[in-house]
Design a protein around this ligand. Structure first.
Ligand code: 13P
Length: 286
């Protein structure tokens, strides 16, 4: 199957009270590994590159070409969306769309809401002309985002409604989750989540979901969260496994078994998340 817009996946998820897993790409083997788990379990998936890391990954066209190539090569038939995570400028959004991404997030969370919505509206026009879906952020999700550390600013219902007016498809409302490691226990504002979900009627995205306990994940899904973003836990799974393997004296000079063991750890983690999000096997719906 060719790539699909994320909205197509998220819409079905919202209607049926499950969530699509969004997993970040941190190297080319992440792409292959994600596609393999999705195909093996017949599960739709969103795979994403963060704007901050795109240069390290080779650029939008390179990533998109690799994803398209691997979809053919691995005979992937499940629906996959290739998503720009935290797009920081109109130029980045345009480059991702031109390269063949099927979903973009514009992150204007550092801007006043008027400026955020003004730019998001332009993103919507550009993306929808190309059949690409749009996610935008209100409030500001805090934490450590690829090295940039910032605090949480909770989303308001008023700002969420202003953002809906831009024509976006999916809403990332900051409600207490953070990127990277949590200091203390995560504490999501579910009252606000319910209000935003009901008044906007948009599918919600939970950013910073690594480290959020299962009971909170389940409530979020029931309230209309239809896409859940995981990066930190995947990276810990890979790094912890590779760290252990690298010290194994039998490895000698061969990097391949070390990298492969890291990939296996990613597969295990992704599978657990897919089960937790109730999305396993949902490719049959499309
Ligand atoms: P984590 O850092 O909690 O995995 O969040 C990832 C994310 O939200 C990417 O947009």
């Amino acid at each position: 199957m060719s790539l699909v817009p994320a909205f197509k996946l998220v819409k079905d998820a919202k209607e049926q009270h499950y969530a699509i897993g969004h997993f970040n790409i941190n190297g080319l083997n992440w792409i292959t590994t994600y596609l393999q788990v999705a195909q093996a379990t017949k599960t739709p998936i969103v795979i994403a590159t963060s704007d901050r890391l795109i240069r390290n990954l080779g650029g939008f066209q390179y990533v998109s070409d690799v994803v398209h190539f691997m979809i053919d090569e691995l005979k992937i038939t499940v629906p996959v969306a290739l998503h720009l995570d935290h797009g920081l400028s109109l130029e980045s959004v345009q480059a991702a769309i031109k390269a063949g991404y099927t979903s973009v997030m514009f992150d204007g969370s550092k801007l006043p809401i008027e400026e955020n919505t003004f730019l998001t509206k332009q993103v919507v026009e550009m993306a929808h002309q190309n059949g690409v879906s749009v996610e935008a952020e209100v409030g500001a999700i805090g934490g450590n985002e690829d090295g940039l550390i910032s605090g949480i600013k909770y989303a308001s219902v008023e700002d969420a409604l202003k953002m809906k007016e831009t024509g976006i498809d999916i809403l990332a409302a900051a409600l207490g989750s953070v990127h990277g490691d949590y200091v203390g226990k995560p504490n999501l504002n579910f009252e606000k989540m319910a209000q935003i979900a009901q008044t906007t009627d948009l599918p919600l995205v939970l950013h910073g979901a690594s480290g959020i306990p299962d009971d909170q994940i389940q409530i979020a899904i029931q309230m209309g969260t239809a896409k859940i973003n995981i990066n930190t836990e995947v990276n810990y799974a890979w790094l912890n496994e590779v760290r252990q393997r690298i010290n194994d004296k039998n490895v000698g000079h061969e990097p391949v078994p070390v990298i492969a063991s890291g990939n296996q750890a990613i597969k295990q983690l992704v599978l657990e998340k897919m089960k937790q999000f109730h999305v396993l096997g949902k490719a049959a719906d499309f």
